[in-house]
Design a protein around this ligand. Structure first.
Ligand SMILES: O=C(O)c1ccccc1NCC(=O)[C@H](O)[C@H](O)COP(=O)(O)O
Length: 260
């Protein structure tokens, strides 16, 4: 059983605890990741990530609202919050706390396999949800994708290989995330973005390169390959000079140039 299998199996076990009810915290059509992608390059999605299965504790000392304010101040275009508890030590209170602290588009980074999780994420402040192609059947992916869109949410559809990218494109995904991390082996390779970028860009979707980005040079590499944005967790959570690192990541715009 791989780590992704274990995470999904744990999600199934806890699904019955999720309530459908509650009020959406979302404020109209503001906080749109798509709008950020249309006007900025590279779009930085800065992640609040305390821990992970591959790295253990990353940073247990930071407060989500304080870190979110720093991310926003230093140029983040959107935020991601890991809400999974058993494997990432996150929770939905973090998501709501970040929603209240900043005015950025907000991705609920979780392992979604059921409509109830989408409603729950929305009610806690998400404006974007993640669907991982590797974790869903073709029918599940389609159903959850359209459910989320009908709920007024945006969807980041995550892929790791050509077959998954083709499924995301067939679905009509407007934002496709290429995860450089293999969720079965934890191996990280930026070449994954480079190899899938032509196919994804040809479809007209925006491309977000996810995971393993540590430096401005890493970001320049994926932007030059065609990425419109990046999703960064560990490097930002561990940085001792967040302002400088985010400036270096942001300035790759000038190296890469071009638009969608
Ligand atoms: O990060 C992990 O170890 C991990 C393991 C299994 C499933 C998902 C995992 N991470 C989720 C993510 O996609 C990352 O948090 C995100 O892309 C940021 O990655 P990084 O910048 O490398 O922290």
């Amino acid at each position: 059983m791989t780590i992704l299998d274990r995470i999904i199996s744990e999600k199934r076990r806890t699904l019955s605890n999720l309530a459908y009810s509650g009020n959406s915290r979302r404020n109209g059509t503001t906080r749109s990741l798509l709008k950020q992608l249309e006007k900025n390059k590279p779009v930085i999605i800065a992640e609040f990530k305390r821990a992970s299965p591959s790295k253990g504790i990353i940073n247990n000392l930071l407060q989500p609202d304080e870190q979110a304010c720093l991310y926003e101040r230093f140029g983040a275009d959107a935020m991601s919050v890991l809400t999974d508890t058993p494997f990432f030590k996150g929770n939905f209170t973090d998501l709501t706390t970040v929603f209240d602290a900043v005015s950025l588009p907000l991705l609920c980074k979780d392992f979604i396999i059921d409509e109830r999780q989408i409603v729950y994420a929305k009610n806690h402040g998400a404006t974007v949800i993640l669907l991982i192609v590797a974790a869903l059947t073709k029918d599940q992916l389609k159903q959850l994708f359209h459910f989320a869109i009908n709920e007024g949410l945006e969807v980041l559809v995550e892929v790791h290989n050509k077959a998954e990218a083709e499924r995301a494109i067939e679905l009509g995904a407007e934002i496709i995330g290429v995860n450089n991390r293999d969720l079965h082996t934890f191996g990280v390779d930026l070449q994954v973005t480079e190899s899938l970028a032509p196919l994804i860009k040809e479809s007209g979707a925006f491309l977000i390169s996810e995971s393993g980005l540590k430096t401005g040079e890493d970001v320049a590499r994926v932007i030059n390959a065609g990425a419109d944005g990046i999703l960064v967790g560990e490097a930002l959570m561990k940085s001792e000079n967040l302002e400088l690192l985010m400036r270096q990541m942001k300035k790759t715009q000038n190296l890469a140039g071009g638009s969608k």
